[in-house]
Structures are given as C-alpha cells and as structure tokens.
Ligand binder design. Structure first.
Ligand code: COA
Length: 299
C-alpha cells in the first residue's frame, strides 16, 4: 500500500536509518569476500587516483597484492600508503603508459617485488572537450596514445606474467565507445578501439587461459575525469542525465572490477560490463548541448 500514514512513516523511518540498498551503496566493497583475490597480484595503470584507485581499494579489500603505475611518483606514494593501511602488499614505479619501455620497467619492478601479475587493469586515460575540426592532430593523437596505446602497452607488458598465471585483463572503457557524443571524437575513437582490442585479445589469448573484459563506468564522484567533464556544465546536469540520478562512488566501480577480475568470473571473457547508472541508455544530446552552451557558444 502506498500513501497511507503507516506507509509514509515506514518510508521516513527507512530514510532516517537508510535502506539496505542505500547502505550497500555507501559501503560497496564491504560486501566483498576478504579472501576472494588472495594470492593474486594486480597491476593497475592510473592506480594512483580516481576510479583506478577505487579499483585498487576493492582489490586490497579482497586480499590481493597491488602494483600501481601512474605519471606522478608522489601521488603513487600517497595511494600506496593508503593501500598498505588496508593490509595490502604494494609496489609502485612511476611510468607514462605512452612510453612502453617505462611501462615495462614498472611491470618488471612489480613482478620483482610481488611476483607474477595475475590481474591487469588498463585504466589510465586522458580527456578534454574539443571540437573535431579545431583540435590539433597532436591533441587527437594524445588521447589515442594514452587510452588506446597505453592499454595495449599494459596488456603487452604484462602478457608473460598473465600467461604464467592464466590471468585476466580488465580494460576501463567509457560510453563514448558506443554512444556518439559531440566534442569527444578523440575519446570515442580511442575507447571504441579499446573495446575491439579487448575482444581480439579474448579470442587470441584465450588459449593461454587469459581472460579479457571491459568495464564501462558512468560519472564517478570525486574523480579528475568528472571534474574535467562537469567543469564547464556543473554536476547537476550530469546527475539529471543519469537514470539512477547520482554519480557512482569509486568503490562501486571497484567492486565490479573485483568480481570481473576474480574467480567468480572464471568463464567470462570478451564481455563489456556497463556500470553507469543507466547513462549509456540515454542519448548524448542534452550533455552535448550543455557543453556547447558553456564552452563553444558565441554569446
Ligand atoms: N582542447 C584542445 N586541445 C587540447 C586540450 C583542450 N582542452 N587540452 C590539450 N590539448 C592539446 C594540446 O594543445 C596539445 O596539442 P598541441 O601540441 O597541438 O598544442 C595536445 O592536446 C597534448 O596536450 P599536452 O598538454 O601537451 O599533453 P599532456 O600529455 O601533458 O596531457 C592530456 C594529456 C591533454 C590528456 C591532459 O588532459 C592529461 O594529462 N590528462 C590526464 C588526466 C585526465 O584527463 N583524466 C581524466 C580521464 S577521463
């Protein structure tokens, strides 16, 4: 029954103490088994902050050892301290994913400190809004280099480990891979490339027991990516666009990444997982319009 005083007071009592569903959303990794990833070593590009740090936290919660890689040593050191505080063994060595030799050195360091890698997360990304006809060739290439080439470099550098461990690769993608979006031509091209790379590796490396999947986050609170994307338009427009009406927390993405990277998904490969509150199902029109209004309109 709805609309009765009894129902109304039940709703307000539930809001005061929070419903079970809301409580889960606030502690998304608390429900994961602390032994689910015991014995695993994860290598996470872009793991010093944002979504990828949320993934590292979820893996730490599940008992994995964690290697993080990013461009900024200080950021990695701060993240490593937090992950060690959660009880994880942690290694880090700074590298730009665009530089295959530096990335290989970061992977080699991780293997020497923690052992063979069994989970690779290709998460490093770059983004900005720009008109396709105005951005430079270098601007377009920069995002292809970070997102697509960086993902390939991470897969390539960790392949020998993944072959020995019969491990898993998770590519962090975006809805621009399948939803046409104005001022994101560079990002859409890079992320669509990542999706096909994910499928090609699932087919080619399946014989080694290596699984390959992608995770498509929607807008995630407190990340540099959302600060960049919502900077021109404000958060409210994005939240209204998401069918669930809110941003994700980094740990909600992390929880799904842990499930996809661990034994629960042992028979899952070549699959794309959308964890976006439904954003991928709605068109990009109003987001494009709001960006156009704030960044590119004349008056
Ligand atoms: N509009 C148009 N072009 C832009 C731009 C913008 N907002 N921002 C950067 N560019 C262009 C630059 O002008 C340059 O092109 P040019 O040499 O022809 O002038 C090219 O992109 C590379 O920029 P640069 O700043 O030299 O690259 P970088 O390697 O230092 O930084 C970025 C890479 C641009 C992707 C930067 O935004 C970044 O470091 N992002 C990482 C973090 C991030 O984006 N996180 C969110 C992930 S969703």
């Amino acid at each position: 029954m709805t609309g009765t005083p009894a129902a109304a007071s039940a709703v307000s009592a539930a809001s005061a103490t929070e419903t079970p569903a809301a409580a889960s959303a606030h502690d998304p990794i608390g429900h994961l088994s602390p032994t689910m990833l015991e014995g695993h070593v994860a290598f996470i590009t872009g793991g010093g902050s944002g979504i990828n740090l949320g993934i590292a936290r979820a893996f730490a919660r599940c008992g994995a050892s964690i290697a993080i890689c990013g461009r900024t040593e200080e950021r990695l050191a701060t993240a490593a301290e937090e992950l060690r505080g959660m009880g994880a063994k942690v290694a880090y060595k700074a590298a730009d994913v665009r530089d295959p030799e530096a990335l290989q050195a970061s992977v080699d360091h991780a293997v020497s400190e923690l052992g063979d890698i069994s989970i690779t997360v290709a998460g490093a990304a770059g983004n900005f809004f720009a008109k396709a006809e105005e951005m430079s060739s270098n601007a377009f290439r920069t995002v292809i280099d970070i997102d697509l080439m960086g993902a390939y470099h991470a897969a390539r550098a960790t392949f020998p480990s993944l072959q020995r461990t019969r491990g898993s690769i998770l590519f962090i993608s975006a809805s621009q891979a399948f939803k046409a979006t104005k001022y994101q031509a560079h990002v859409g091209a890079a992320k669509a490339g990542i999706e096909m790379l994910m499928k090609d590796l699932a087919v080619e490396w399946g014989e080694h027991g290596i699984r390959s999947n992608s995770l498509v986050p929607g807008p995630v609170a407190g990340t540099e990516g959302m600060a960049r994307l919502a900077g021109p338009t404000g958060d409210d427009m994005w939240k209204r666009a998401v069918p669930l009406g809110r941003y994700a927390e980094t740990e909600e993405i992390g929880a799904m990444a842990a499930v996809l990277s661990g034994p629960l998904s042992a028979y899952v490969t070549g699959s794309q997982y959308i964890v976006d509150g439904g954003l991928g199902l709605v068109g990009s029109g109003h987001i494009s319009d709001a960006v156009e209004q704030s960044l590119f309109s004349e008056g």
